[in-house]
Write a protein that binds this ligand. Structure first.
Ligand code: TYM
Length: 332
């Protein structure tokens, strides 16, 4: 039986990469199978977060979920910190995961920078908490961007070692990362070799979900490209990272493959392709931004949705955690 789970950190404005790599997929999958989508506030504090702002950041992610089409009557939407079982299972998994496995995590290396001795211990064990998020619900499918693949592999390793060491074959499923499609790795608009990210100092590198139509058009107009027209074949396109990225964005926004988009636009220069991409982006994202602002104007309603989601998540998680504690030999 398939169960979908994913989450997003409340650490700043969401961008087109988060939207195409994650949110759009959540919305599609909720109609296919049982879906749990949370706001990862426990992950957020692995790097300093102002406590006065954290709750409103959580609400903003929830608003983005709702604005992009997640339906709280269909999907379970909740704040991670409202379900304490995440932390309990993470502790057990801290004792299953090996130091050598965590030493290989590239995201820790990127986020801790030059002074890793000053990073929080939480930042280091971050992927273990992520494994707990997923396995607490015995989720089988995890829609994420490409950058989360390594964390999903670690989740599978933890599940397999737990099943093996405690002699409970098949107790935890080995969840699969859903990273198909052109939206899984959206690159910076200023540099086709860097991922679009919240932390890029240049706002022109990304399109934010809250950008208005003018900003979207300007950012696409200024996006870095080469002077050649769009090629005929995917092989030629892949050799041109900026062109490949813009075609991929068009495809993901339109729910098509890059091949299909290329078949339509091959031979055209960016002078004609960019305005079409801008029109599409404004049409798709404009309404999301507007809906987000609508939800944000009624925080009490968001809180009601998140509290109800947390109650439901606790119900599903409780018997699974109870079984894990029994397997491990814990009290109570
Ligand atoms: P976060 O908050 O960094 O990003 C949220 C989602 O957006 C995807 N993403 C992208 N996709 C395509 N192109 C990009 N440029 C791009 N940038 C970000 C991410 O892959 C992610 O899917 N560790 C997770 C949060 C998390 C989680 C989980 C996810 C915590 N527990 C359990 C799944 C399951 C994170 O930091 O995502």
């Amino acid at each position: 039986l398939a169960r979908v789970l994913s989450g997003v950190q409340p650490t700043g404005a969401l961008h087109l990469g988060n939207y195409l790599g994650a949110l759009v997929k959540f919305t599609r999958l909720q109609h296919e199978t049982e879906t749990f989508i949370f706001v990862a506030d426990m992950h957020a504090i692995t790097q300093w977060q102002d406590p006065k702002l954290l709750k409103s950041q959580v609400r903003e992610i929830a608003a983005a979920y709702l604005a992009s089409g997640l339906d709280p009557k269909v999907a379970t939407i909740f704040p991670q910190s409202a379900v304490t079982a995440h932390a309990e299972l993470a502790w057990i998994f801290n004792c299953v995961a090996r130091l050598g496995w965590l030493d290989r995590m590239t995201q820790f290396k990127e986020k801790s920078g030059k002074h890793k001795e000053r990073a929080s211990v939480g930042l280091y064990t971050y992927p273990v908490l992520q494994a707990a998020d997923i396995l607490l619900y015995k989720a089988t499918q995890v829609p994420v961007g490409e950058d989360q693949r390594q964390h999903l592999e670690l989740t599978r390793d933890i599940a397999a070692k737990f099943n093996h060491d405690y002699e409970v074959p098949g107790f935890f499923p080995l969840p699969e990362a859903l990273t198909q499609g052109p939206g899984a790795r959206i690159m910076s608009l200023r540099d086709g070799s860097a991922k679009m990210s919240k932390s890029d100092p240049s706002d022109y590198s990304r399109i934010n979900l809250t950008d208005d139509a003018d900003a979207i058009v300007q950012k696409i107009k200024k996006a870095r490209t080469d002077p050649e027209p769009l090629p005929e074949t995917m092989d030629e396109l892949k050799a041109r990272p900026e062109a490949n990225n813009l075609v991929g964005i068009y495809a993901a926004l339109d729910g098509r493959t890059s091949e299909a988009v290329l078949a339509e636009f091959a031979g055209q220069g960016f002078g004609s392709f960019k305005p079409k991409l801008a029109d599409l982006a404004v049409a798709k994202l404009g309404s999301v931004g507007e809906a987000m602002r609508g939800y944000m104007s009624d925080p009490a309603e968001i809180d009601r949705i998140l509290d109800a989601g947390a109650a439901r998540a606790r119900e599903v998680a409780a018997p699974i955690l109870a079984e894990v504690k029994q397997i491990v030999g814990f009290w109570g």
